[in-house]
Design a protein around this ligand. Structure first.
Ligand code: ADE
Length: 418
């Protein structure tokens, strides 16, 4: 195998954790069994740029079971689980380029290594793979049949590329499947973000003021889980409709400049840049804790934190404490990178099961469609979404009702009224 991982000696540990996650990924396991028989991806080279976690390992094994050759690199320098990377390389036959804590140069070097495999399909989480391919290797773009994108931020970037006429092949926005964003973004980000904050700090959330910046699907998850632990949750938003939803859900809604004065733990989940800035840092109380769970590390202005402070120390793993000239201490978790993946293990396997079932089925769909798809960002076919939900319910032992013929006819008719 061609690999760049921290330590192959960690492979056994990784194996156990991958197998543990696999038990929670029942839908993906069913797809894997079918793929083993049908081999729908035979001869296809897949390049994946994903968080290298136990859940991702199970997705990649599913693609391999379908006959694909797979190479993977990290989609974030701090999210790689080194034991998983070792197991992928040592035991699973997957060319793996990922080292936790890698610097920017190594991160992009690893993306290039994956591109050296000349993929037919790209699988991205944040669109760094697709953008590097288009920027640095325009001649290779024509070799790609299509790609998938996992996350909101990546879909936004890819739509911008398509808008500019710069997208060289079709991409399926897996993030936009209902069985992805309604669950992964909400319940996955919700639980794992709180998990990351608690693992990093061991702070009690009960009675604390938690400020959630952004009330999209991820923000909803974080706000509801923080409230579930007894926090007093404040939401900040820029969209009037979304702010109204948060208000009617019972959260206090404030502009960040006001929330900055009372907040104790701040979590950014907006997908945008420079959300917590110098002006907010100036207003914060002693002991404020800052965490980001948006895809990129641009939501908290770290440079402002560095410039405004007089001292920084790593007070415990994943916690950098900055001291301000007036003595206030503000702590930044996980260097402002995804706190749920850097300080915890990312979303639990049971929710990644649905996201990655969509990924596997979408790769199969892309390969079946071949060149029939337009060079645009496509939504996940409705039947894939429905199938993932059906299988997930089945795996959870949940049965649901069916419409009677009379009800179906009623829904199709327009004559009935008052
Ligand atoms: N994104 C968020 N959580 C994840 C996980 N556990 N594995 C891969 N990607 C993720």
């Amino acid at each position: 195998m061609d690999c760049d991982v921290r330590d192959l000696g960690l492979a056994e540990k990784g194996r156990g954790r991958i197998d543990w996650a696999s038990r929670e990924m029942k839908v993906l396991s069913l797809i894997r069994e079918r793929f083993e028989k049908e081999r729908p991806l035979a001869g296809i080279r897949v390049a994946a740029c994903l968080h290298v976690t136990t859940e991702t390992a199970n997705l990649l094994a599913t693609l391999r079971a379908g006959g694909a050759e797979v190479a993977v690199c990290a989609s974030n320098p701090l999210s790689t689980q080194d034991d998983v990377a070792a197991a992928l390389c040592d035991q699973d036959g997957i060319d793996t380029y990922a080292i936790r804590g890698e610097d920017q140069e190594t991160y992009y070097g690893h993306i290039r290594s994956v591109l050296d495999h000349h993929p037919h399909v790209t699988m991205d989480d944040g669109a760094d793979l697709v953008s590097t391919l288009h920027k640095e290797r325009p001649d290779q773009v024509a070799e790609v049949i299509g790609g998938t994108e996992e996350t909101t931020t990546g879909v936004i970037r890819l739509r911008a590329m398509a808008q500019d006429g710069a997208l060289g092949y079709p991409i399926v926005a897996v993030n936009d499947a209902r069985t992805k964003h309604l669950f992964d973004n909400r319940f996955g980000t919700g639980q794992s973000t709180i998990d990351g904050i608690v693992r990093a700090t061991n702070l009690l959330l009960a009675g604390r003021v938690v400020v959630v910046c952004g009330y999209g699907m991820c923000g909803r998850g974080v706000a509801s889980r923080a409230r579930g632990l007894g926090a007093r949750v404040v939401v900040t938003e820029v969209s009037p409709v979304v702010a109204l939803e948060a208000a009617m859900e019972g959260y206090e809604v404030l502009p960040l400049r006001a929330a900055a004065r009372t907040g104790e733990i701040f979590v950014t989940v907006t997908g945008d840049t420079s959300v917590i800035r110098g002006e907010h840092l100036e207003a914060m109380k002693d002991g404020a804790v800052l965490a980001n769970s948006g895809h990129f590390d641009v939501e908290i202005d770290r440079k402002a934190l560095e410039e405004l402070s007089v001292e920084r120390r790593r007070i415990r793993e994943h916690v950098d404490e900055y001291r301000m000239p007036d003595g206030r201490r503000i702590s930044l978790l996980a260097e402002g990178r995804l706190v749920n993946l850097a300080a915890a293990e990312g979303h639990p396997a049971a929710v990644m099961d649905m996201s990655f079932a969509n990924q596997a089925l979408c790769v199969e769909w892309i390969v079946k469609q071949r060149s029939a798809l337009e060079k645009a960002v496509h939504t996940v076919p409705g039947d894939i979404d429905d199938e993932v939900a059906r299988l997930k319910l089945q795996s959870m032992g949940i049965d649901i009702d069916e419409l009677t013929p009379e009800q179906e006819a009623y829904l199709r008719s327009w004559e009935h009224g008052t």
